[in-house]
Ligand binder design. Sequence first.
Ligand SMILES: NC(=O)c1ccc[n+]([C@@H]2O[C@H](COP(=O)([O-])OP(=O)(O)OC[C@H]3O[C@@H](n4cnc5c(N)ncnc54)[C@H](O)[C@@H]3O)[C@@H](O)[C@H]2O)c1
Length: 252
Amino acid sequence: MKIAGKNIIITGGASGIGLAFAERLLELEARVWLLDRDAAALAGVTAQFPGMNPRLLCRECDVSLEPQVIDTVQAIEDASGGIDVLVNNAAVLRDQALVSKLRGRVNKHSLADWHETLQSNLTGAFLMGREVASMMIRGNRQGVIVNISSISRHGNPGQSAYAASKAGIDALTVTWSQELAIYGIRVVGIAPGFVETPMTARIPRLFLERIRDKSPLKRFGTLAEFGHTMQYVLENDYLHGKTVELDGGLRF
Ligand SMILES: NC(=O)c1ccc[n+]([C@@H]2O[C@H](COP(=O)([O-])OP(=O)(O)OC[C@H]3O[C@@H](n4cnc5c(N)ncnc54)[C@H](O)[C@@H]3O)[C@@H](O)[C@H]2O)c1
């Protein structure tokens, strides 16, 4: 796919990796719609781009809520004439063990955190994928869906909900690649290892340093490296049904 001139939605785009994707795609002359449920973060993005790049549009949307997703995709279609790329990037991290014992007390994983993680990370991607794919098919528009997974997708202690959500994301990538190819829609995943963002700021520093030291390259990824990978995923028309691992060789 040639990126210039394409209409691209990035969910969870007001922060971290999603914002880095947006910056790279704007440099390549795409029109980018940033969706996020965090209105203050979206306002921060608007302030960060002086004069507001006319090809960057921000819209508040909680991707876990079906009516908001339906309205948002429709509004973007009406305003843009059609969407070429969806990046399912929005996610939350609510790490905790399934059950743990601390100072004689047994703690259990919160059900609310389980639901919140699955709803934002997995149901959100499902709803956005469903609405954007149906819009592409209705409009006879070929396109790409990129699902952001994680190195945690094979399971990781303390991440029941997050790991399950990302394993689910991988399953959607494979399933949709097989269902949507006949409509000219490619589906690809990207599984980050670690890159410093507001999400990793929730992880204790000592733990992060241990992971970095265990990593073969002894460093985390950079946001620019993630932007570069998004460019590769969109431009390579033979990449389909697979998740690209961008983790510097780190293994849990
Ligand atoms: N940073 C890392 O090291 C790392 C590692 C592995 C995977 N990932 C994945 O990369 C993606 C981006 O992560 P990040 O580090 O940039 O995180 P981040 O916390 O900086 O950004 C995530 C954004 O998603 C938004 N969001 C969350 N739930 C939402 C919802 N229901 N509706 C709309 N917006 C919502 C948040 O408001 C936030 O702006 C995520 O899918 C994450 O799981 C990140």
